[in-house]
Design a protein around this ligand. Structure first.
Ligand SMILES: NC(=O)c1ccc[n+]([C@@H]2O[C@H](COP(=O)([O-])OP(=O)(O)OC[C@H]3O[C@@H](n4cnc5c(N)ncnc54)[C@H](O)[C@@H]3O)[C@@H](O)[C@H]2O)c1
Ligand SMILES: [Fe+2]
Length: 386
């Protein structure tokens, strides 16, 4: 067995309806006033009802900021960091998917570290030196897993690229996982964010930086997603499916927080910056084709992925069994009715050079199981083009 380090990320508190105890969780961390960060869609649902009621019952002062839109930009984050500074709050609660959570991680970091979030993005001029303001995350998607990780993905519109702030100081204190908040999530968001979680598990598992501990988490996340994603998409009110997807997403994130990601996230992140394809949609489209390319990098592990996703590999050669993994993922994508071609999500061949440039610059491409060159990225993009 090779040497490894495994860092345990945020504390998970799970329960059906547990978001109704948010005030008590904040109080545990000494909160006197809470700043709630959410997005412009979530504020229109009933997701915040139990959270607001909890603060009101506990007489905990709070303020809600709900102007986040998907893929938060540098300017937005800097502006909200100012709003937070002036609010007098000492604790932040993020309610939403990866977008509000990543914005919240960034503004908490900017309360104790000077400058713009731009300075702290990959390749920037500053590194995080002080612990962030307390952050508690209540995820409403089972996808990004951002409630568990040490990175926040922020969009640089000027340079058409999505980059991350990464530091242990930005890991949230608590991930409060309440599957009841996922029940009203539309099928398409359930499907694409769920395949994002699957991508985290698969990329972490086959990463060159995987360890025996990240493998255990990644494999179990795959088993849960293979078993429950279709049901969560088909019947959003199925609380068993929602619960298992929510936990799968958090443990897949714990796996990739340690093991890393690969070419799928490289392309998806680049595509997000260049043509604003939502993160989960980009991953769903690319994952099966990138897996076809990566299979030869680790036949044994791709065979295990096929098994985790419920394929019967009895009597097959190692290669045949491994090849079932991308096929199983493609079938899952088809069953969940996600877009399957780039032309359907507004990507054209004119975008390819910029997407490829961003992908080749992606930090975690180094741990992809096969060393890839530009031609490989072109081949993957062509396979899912039309
Ligand atoms: N920091 C990390 O570790 C990490 C990992 C993966 C992805 N990301 C980032 O996270 C972002 C994507 O996050 P996401 O996929 O969770 O989506 P998101 O937060 O962008 O939300 C997508 C849409 O779903 C809606 N939504 C969310 N929960 C809902 C619910 N329960 N009911 C109804 N609508 C709901 C939102 O309002 C929004 O319109 C991207 O910017 C991506 O780059 C970060
Ligand atoms: Fe992701």
């Amino acid at each position: 067995m090779k040497d490894f380090v495994f860092r345990m990320p945020a504390k998970i508190k799970y329960g059906v309806g547990i978001s109704g105890s948010i005030a008590a969780v904040c109080a545990e961390y000494g909160a006197k006033k809470v700043f709630v960060v959410t997005d412009s869609m979530i504020i229109k649902t009933n997701i915040l009802d139990a959270i607001k009621e909890s603060f009101e019952k506990a007489n905990m002062p709070y303020e809600i900021y709900s102007d986040i839109v998907p893929d938060p930009a540098i300017e937005t984050v800097d502006a909200i960091a100012d709003v937070l500074r002036k609010s007098g709050a000492d604790t932040v609660v993020a309610v939403g998917g990866g977008s509000p959570i990543d914005a919240a991680k960034s503004i908490c970091m900017l309360q104790t570290n000077e400058g713009s979030v731009r300075d702290y993005l990959f390749g920037g001029s500053k590194t995080v030196t002080n612990p962030s303001m307390t952050l508690i995350c209540v995820p409403t998607t089972a996808g990004s897993g951002s409630e568990m990780t040490a990175s926040a993905v922020i969009t640089d519109n000027q340079n058409q690229i999505k980059l991350s702030v990464t530091h242990d100081y930005i890991v949230p204190k608590v991930a409060l996982i309440d599957p009841l908040l996922h029940v009203g999530m539309p099928g398409m968001i359930t499907a694409t964010t769920g395949i994002d979680a699957l991508t985290h598990a698969i990329e972490a598992y086959v990463s060159l930086n995987a360890s025996v501990v990240s493998d255990a988490m990644a494999l179990h996340a795959m088993r849960l997603i293979g078993k429950y994603l279709r049901t969560a998409v088909a019947n959003g009110a199925d609380i068993e499916a929602r619960s298992n997807m929510a936990i799968a997403s958090s443990i897949a994130a714990a796996a990739f927080f340690n093991g890393g990601l690969g070419v799928v996230h490289g392309i998806a992140q680049s595509m997000g910056g260049v043509c604003h394809v939502p993160h989960g949609v980009a991953n769903s489209l690319i994952l099966p084709y990138a897996m076809e390319r990566n299979v030869v990098g680790n036949l044994e592990k791709f065979k295990e992925i096929a098994i985790a996703l419920g394929e019967n590999v009895e009597g097959l050669s190692l290669r045949e069994a491994a090849d079932l993994a991308p096929a199983a993922v493609l079938q899952l994508a088809i069953d969940c009715r996600v877009p399957l071609k780039l032309v359907d999500v507004g990507v054209t061949r004119e975008h390819f050079p910029e997407i490829i440039k961003g992908t080749m610059a992606y930090r975690l491409l180094a741990v992809n199981p096969c060393k890839l060159v530009e031609k490989d990225i072109v081949d993957i993009l062509e396979k899912c083009y039309e």
